[in-house]
Structures are given as C-alpha cells and as structure tokens.
Design a protein around this ligand. Structure first.
Ligand code: UT7
Length: 338
C-alpha cells in the first residue's frame, strides 16, 4: 500500500458581471475581431467596478462548493493552500483572509505566489504534505481579481483584454492504495531570467517610497507583458514538460484522457495540441468565456470538465501551464470516485 493524493471535490466561482469584447471597445482602441483572432477570448467575468470584492471572496465561494461536494466541513481541513497573484491586500495573503471567512481560527494557511502555475505548484505542495503525513485533507484554491489592476485604456490594451476574474477550488485527500491513483507525477520549473517579461512592479520593496505619484503616472502599478516572448516560450516548453511528467509517471501520451492546460491564449493551446499530435477533443478549452484567470484557470477548467462529463472517475488527466516567473510545469492525476 502506498499513500496517494486524490481529488475529492471541486468548485468554481465566476463573478456575475460579464464583460464582452464589444464592451472593451468602449474603453480602448481594440476590436472583437482582434481579441478573438489573437487570443480566442469572447468575454470574461469581472468583479463589480466599484470594488469591495477580493480574491479571498471569490476563493471562498469556490471553496464552499468544493467542500460541499467532498462532504467536508471547514473543520475537516488540515491545511489551506491559496494560489494567487492578486491578493486582496499586500499582506497578509488571502489564505489567512479566507480561513477566517470559513469560520476557522487555527487551521494553517499557506499562500503560493506562482502566477499561472500557482495551481500546479499548489497541487504538488499538497501532495508533498500528504505523502509526508503532515496533513491529510487540504483545501487548494486558485483565485484572481485582475480587473481592478488593469490599465483599461489603449495604453494597456495588450494585457487588459486578456485577463478575467474567477476562482477554482479542490479538496485533496491522502488515501492508501495498491493501485497508483491521484497525483502520479509532477514536473515544475522556473527561470527568473524572464521575470521582467510579465510582471507588476508596484508596490515594490526595492523602491523607497514603494509607491510614488510619478510611478503611478508612468503606469508602473499595471502589469507589463512581452507577449511574444511568453508565447514562444510556452510553445517550446509545454511539450517538453509534458514529456518529462509522462516519463516520471511511466505513461505514454495515449494514456492521458484529457489535457487541461492553463488558459492563457487559445492559440498557445492549439499549438500545443498540434505539436503533440493530439486529437482536438483531448485538450480542454474555456478561455472563450472566462479569459485568462491565471491561478484559477486550471481548477475552473477541471470543475467544468467534470461537470460536462468529459472526464470522471478513472480518467487520467494532465494539468499543464506556463506563465510569469517564468514558471512552467505539468501534473498528472488519476481521478477516483468522490
Ligand atoms: O498567462 C500568462 C501568460 N501569458 C501569455 O501566455 C501571453 C502570451 N502572448 C500572447 O498571448 C500574445 O502575444 C498576445 C495576445 C498578448 C498579443 O498577440 P500578438 O499576436 O503577439 O500581438 P502583438 O503584441 O505583436 O501586437 C500586434 C499588434 C500591435 O500593433 P502594431 O505594432 O502591429 O501596429 C499591437 O499594438 O496588435 C496591437 N495590439 C492590439 N490591437 C487591438 C495589441 N493589443 C491590442 C488590442 N487590440 N487589444
């Protein structure tokens, strides 16, 4: 018998305000055609423009659904792992904020700052905790509120049209099994050389003062992205890391029932599908409706794929992604009945 980390329940939450590509044309020089052709995105969900909703609120809503599906009460959780690049406030992180909103007062909470691969790093961390008997029931959340931090003008249009708000949550649990189930392999990487290719500078501890009027006027509190560099790195590194994870799990491409990539750009995921010579229906997409929700995109897609019946108990699923850091990775998991 070996210890394995299995997924027990999943949930997602998208704030109700839908922002279409046509809405974007009211605020910046762009078009529905440009956004669809370059990214595949048709609409995204954003929190209310007046503010007041943080990533811990979206994470809480997704977590409540995942907990219900797993049949867990908040008191059953040994550890909360919260992945985000858009914390409610600079510190403390949303893991602590959400823990309190769940009505807990001592459960440990850990934040993961790995952007688009936050869920992959989080799931791998959860697996390590579980297999080393430090925790057995972990609530893992990926949640983002991007919309309040975007330059919603022509100056910021390359980034602003891409990002959406949302949250996904999974309950993961350790079980003893003779057969390999749950998390089967993980491959994670980072290369800080590309840190500036996708980043938000402010409020930066290296600046004194951290935030100045001039820096705000220059827009240094908004994300900056060298889209072409990130695109090229994604197309190159995603097939590589998928091969690495398959080798670790001693599986072949054909053994994977569904690839759930981070939803950064429909074209990146189509390139990936073609490079791997995969049938179209083996790669899951939902960026059309949600945009890029960073750490939330993989758990949202997992929850949807399960709900649609594309995958279920016994399916072998590969999660993969690349983004700011630069970070990239892949995790293979075999689903069990809940
Ligand atoms: O999850 C995080 C990881 N991030 C990614 O994976 C992002 C990867 N990169 C991308 O998805 C693409 O690079 C983008 C979608 C961001 C941009 O697509 P692109 O084909 O690389 O376009 P580009 O940046 O080279 O821009 C082409 C043109 C430019 O105009 P000129 O210089 O050719 O006149 C831009 O100014 O498109 C212009 N442009 C826009 N036009 C209309 C940039 N953004 C927009 C816009 N609407 N929103």
């Amino acid at each position: 018998m070996m210890k394995y980390t299995v997924i027990r329940g999943t949930g997602r939450y998208l704030p109700p305000r839908v922002v279409t590509n046509d809405d974007m044309t009211r605020w910046m020089d762009t078009s529905d055609e440009w956004i669809r052709q370059r990214t595949g995105i048709e609409q995204r969900h954003w929190v209310p423009a007046e503010g007041g909703v943080g990533s811990s609120d979206l994470g809480l809503a997704a977590s409540q659904i995942a907990l219900e599906e797993a049949g867990w009460k908040p008191e059953d959780i040994d550890l909360i792992i919260f992945a985000t690049l858009s914390p409610d406030i600079f510190f403390p992180g949303p893991g602590c904020l959400m823990q309190h909103k769940l009505g807990l007062d001592a459960t440990p909470a850990l934040d993961i700052r790995q952007q688009c691969t936050g869920f992959l790093y989080g799931l791998t961390t959860a697996d390590a905790y579980i297999r080393s008997n430090l925790a057995n029931r972990i609530l893992l959340v990926g949640a983002e509120v991007h919309s309040t931090g975007l330059d919603i003008s022509t100056r910021g249009r390359d980034v602003a049209v891409i990002f959406g708000d949302g949250a996904g949550a999974v309950c993961v649990e350790g079980i003893e099994s003779d057969e390999p189930v749950g998390v089967l392999a993980s491959a994670l990487h980072a290369n800080g050389r590309y840190a500036e290719s996708l980043s938000v500078e402010l409020g930066a501890s290296r600046n004194n003062p951290r935030i100045s009027k001039e820096a705000i006027e220059e827009g240094r509190h908004y994300p900056k992205m060298d889209g072409k560099t990130i695109f090229k790195l994604a197309v190159q590194k995603l097939p590589e890391v998928v091969g690495e994870a398959l080798a670790k799990a001693e599986l072949a491409v054909e053994d994977i029932d569904l690839f759930i990539p981070h939803q950064a750009n429909l074209r990146i995921n189509q390139f990936f599908q073609q490079a791997m010579k995969l049938p179209e229906d083996k790669v899951f997409h939902n960026i059309q409706r949600y945009g890029n929700t960073t750490a939330a995109s993989i758990p949202i897609a997992l929850d949807e794929a399960l709900e649609m019946g594309v995958i279920g108990s016994g399916s072998t699923v590969m999660f993969l992604g690349l983004g700011a850091g630069l970070t990239w990775g892949a995790v293979i998991t075999k689903l069990v009945s809940e």
